[in-house]
Design a protein around this ligand. Structure first.
Ligand SMILES: [Fe+2]
Length: 271
């Protein structure tokens, strides 16, 4: 598939750098990302491309790495005995996801075409306020399918670094599987533990938003200071997300040890 078959160019004229609608879109998304720490572009990808992606991920799911673990919202699996049991660092929850790595996705996949296209990369660069972005050059990380089967979930967490995350909703779950976020839960200088604990205990649902549920929605967010999660999935429909990694400089690859935790023992480097 070519880019015109993948992106809804009528709604989003991203292949025309001179289009006023493109500049307006970038300005609006940039403001949203700055103010709310996320932005969404509904119906960004066509239903025909989504159908191909969904069929691909469904076909590949037996090869996916099932990551199933208890963790706290700081992505740590170890408890801290110096803190109380109800401290956010000692509140653990389950995360169960199935990851299909870049190397497992066919070269002709519309997911890869989408990720590598200049029009998409430069649009994202404009939204995140970078002059230029670069493809990630890791064998596994650049573009992934993340799948959730019945009862899978990703519990509340902060992302580890302060760049941005880019996701595409390909196929929502029948029930649940909401992507929820509590924007500005903490700041760069204040861990805000009391508030974090209240969000984790479900006492601040007034701050929680559900984002980008519809198929084809592209979402960019900064997850470092906003708690976010995927609620438990119900039903037999596989929940499928595309996840993409762009870099601020050329030639970036992932850490092999981190990759092994995300993609499983098969990616372990043997020396
Ligand atoms: Fe995250």
């Amino acid at each position: 598939m070519d880019i015109q078959d993948i992106v809804n160019l009528d709604l989003y004229p991203v292949t025309d750098p001179e289009a006023p609608a493109r500049a307006e879109l970038i300005a609006q998304c940039r403001t949203d990302l700055q103010d709310k720490l996320y932005c969404t572009l509904p119906n960004f990808v066509t239903t025909s491309a989504l159908a191909v992606m969904a069929a691909e991920a469904t076909h590949l799911q037996s090869m996916a790495y099932h990551n199933n673990a208890l963790r706290n919202c700081y992505l740590h699996r170890q408890l801290d005995p110096t803190l109380s049991d109800d401290h956010p660092r000692n509140l653990q929850d389950r995360s169960s996801t199935r990851m299909i790595a870049y190397d497992q996705i066919p070269e002709t996949s519309p997911l890869r075409t989408f990720y590598h296209h200049n029009a998409v990369r430069s649009l994202v660069a404009g939204i995140v306020g970078e002059g230029e972005l670069f493809d990630n050059e890791d064998p596994y990380q650049p573009a992934n399918y993340v799948c959730y089967q019945d009862s899978d979930e990703s519990s509340w967490h902060f992302d580890a670094d302060n760049s941005f995350t880019m996701t595409l909703m390909i196929q929502p779950a029948l029930q649940g599987g909401e992507f929820e976020m509590s924007p500005h839960t903490r700041t760069d200088t204040d861990q805000n533990y009391d508030h974090v604990a209240r969000v984790l205990r479900g006492e601040r649902n007034d701050t929680v938003l559900s984002v980008g549920r519809e198929p084809g929605a592209l979402c960019l967010f900064r997850g470092c200071n906003s708690l976010h999660r995927v609620t438990p999935v119900g039903g037999d429909t596989l929940r499928i997300m595309g996840v993409f990694v762009y870099e601020f400089r050329a030639g970036v690859k992932g850490d092999p040890e981190v990759n092994a935790t995300i993609y499983g023992p098969r990616v372990m480097v043997r020396v």
